[in-house]
Write a protein that binds this ligand. Structure first.
Ligand code: FAD
Length: 471
């Protein structure tokens, strides 16, 4: 497309339209995952909702694929697209808090770091991701697992309303009262239904928490994993924690001789009575030969920013994710085998609990159906050099293949990669049929397709028969 053609868009927006000859183009085209090395025809740095309306109409008329970028953390790099238009919300990161109503409204470019900073000033919080630089947008639309999930549900369970620009450029609000079908689909259905310009969340009282980060040698991972499983099951929902394998990062509480060596970890926080904090973490400190630990009372946003440095943008990335009914010994054995060979400092293998408040929401109450599974494992391969791509991708794939013998066919869409498109239908189980119908109503031409794609039902063709959502 020529520059002249994008001038028509420029005339209708306040944000900047960046084309390949622009000095900002190289940085504007990039997302978190450097492997998504794509060259869009243009990137619009969105300034206001009017820009979004103009851009949606422009891209439709020009027949351009449209990519939507919040925090840019999508593993497959859905925040950028070859030869298309990118709507980049990184200039729209405002978060407004209404402490009396216990509500927050976040713009589509806000990160969880922005969000937690804004809400913490009022002693309030809601479920967000475990890394501060992850976007509110993509994480919430896919579901949103975090330390507060056990107590307050997924990020999408805390969503009260969303402002949305639809595929035809019209603007609507989606909530329990307005466009209820769209609101249902946005809570787990990803970026399939429109461009969300802002998200309104309900907030909960939360100030400081008892943070626990406890590392053990990977060699004791099987026993520590068993401990974690049995211990967490006895803990109230105020205890949010995941089990992990990593290479030990160079942080002060891990002795230098362990830096870069494989460890397993229990990471989380106690958000209940402060007087109980130390006692809650004591059994973890006795669960095996501790390599290093940090147990301390800290502001809630601290933990959500603690891993930002270890997850810098610009690494190569390849991810796989599943759901698991339980952390069975079979799963823990596989994790132990592969945990001992975690190939890079930024590669992570986490097992997140899906229980408590997440399970109290009915599987068909939102688009996110897998609410009774128990755990959401993710194998997040992240490394520096493209020369290591083949070896690292092979490691993630063989770990996943071994794990997948003991997990569900489905997984969490936000932990899956571009080669998981064939799993989209199974990921939504019984909810897929309704999602396809909502997609058909709001985006019949599949204009929003740079995502884990839900296909509209073709004219005259019935929506797919629902799979039973596991009880
Ligand atoms: C370091 C790291 C840590 C993570 N931790 C967690 C975690 O703790 N919990 C968890 O649940 N997930 C986690 N994830 C996965 C995360 O949920 C997904 O990567 C998610 O897509 C990120 O959202 P984003 O806005 O940053 O991504 P983006 O790449 O900007 O967006 C991802 C997709 O979301 C959709 N989207 C984005 N903006 C909009 C919009 N305005 N309107 C409509 N659709 C839009 C689009 O389909 C887009 O392609 C993590 C990812 C990374 C890289």
């Amino acid at each position: 497309m020529s520059t002249t053609a994008f001038n028509a868009l420029r005339e209708n927006v306040r944000g900047s339209v960046i084309e390949p000859d622009d000095p900002d183009y190289e940085s504007a085209r990039r997302v978190y995952n450097a492997m998504a090395d794509r060259r869009p025809a243009a990137v619009l740095r969105v300034s206001q909702t009017a820009d979004v309306i103009a851009a949606v109409r422009f891209a439709r008329e020009a027949g351009l694929p449209l990519a939507l970028r919040g925090g840019g953390h999508s593993a497959p790099g859905f925040g950028t697209v070859d030869d298309g238009l990118v709507l980049d919300f990184s200039g729209r990161r405002g978060v407004w808090v209404d402490p009396r109503a216990k509500r927050a409204r976040a713009e589509a470019g806000a990160t969880w770091g922005d969000y937690n900073h804004a809400t913490h000033a009022f002693g309030l919080a809601s479920t967000g991701g475990i890394v501060g630089s992850t976007g509110v947008a993509g994480l919430t639309l896919g579901g949103g697992i975090g330390y507060l999930s056990r107590k307050y549900g997924l990020a999408c369970d805390n969503l009260v309303s969303a402002d949305v620009v639809l595929a035809d450029g019209t603007f609507v609000r989606a909530s329990a009262e307005e466009n209820e079908d769209l609101f249902w689909a946005l809570r787990g259905g990803g970026g399939n239904f429109g461009v969300v310009t802002s998200f309104e969340f309900g907030l909960h009282v939360l100030d400081s928490v008892h943070v626990g980060i406890v590392a053990f040698p990977a060699a004791s991972g099987f026993e520590v994993g068993q401990f974690y499983r049995d211990w967490l099951a006895t803990q109230p929902e105020e205890l949010g924690a995941f089990f992990a394998y990593h290479q030990a990062p160079p942080v002060p509480f891990i002795p230098e001789e362990w830096h870069g060596r494989q460890v397993c970890l229990i990471v989380g926080m106690w958000a209940g009575d402060p007087a109980e904090g130390d006692a809650r973490w004591r059994p973890v400190l006795e669960a095996g030969p501790v390599v290093g630990s940090l147990v301390a009372r800290m502001p809630y946003p601290f933990l959500n920013g603690a891993f930002d440095e270890g997850n810098p943008p610009g690494l190569q990335g390849y991810w796989k994710g599943d759901f698991a009914r339980e952390l069975s010994d079979d799963i823990l054995r596989v994790a132990h085998e592969f945990g001992a060979t975690v190939p890079s400092l930024a590669t992570a293998n986490h097992f997140y609990p899906i229980d408590g408040a997440v399970q109290r929401v009915a599987p068909d109450a939102t688009a996110f159906p897998y609410r009774s599974v128990g755990f959401s494992p993710v194998i997040a391969g992240q490394w520096e050099s493209p020369a290591d791509n083949e070896a690292n991708i092979a490691w993630v794939r063989s770990y996943w293949a071994a794990l997948h013998q003991f997990t569900e066919p489905a997984g969490y869409i936000n932990f899956q990669d571009a080669d998981d498109q064939a799993r989209v239908e199974v990921n939504y189980a019984a909810n897929y049929r309704r999602l396809a119908e909502v997609k058909t109503k709001y985006d019949p031409d599949n204009f929003f397709r740079v995502n884990q794609n839900i296909k509209p039902v073709l004219l005259g063709q019935a929506a797919p028969e629902p799979e039973a959502t596991p009880a």
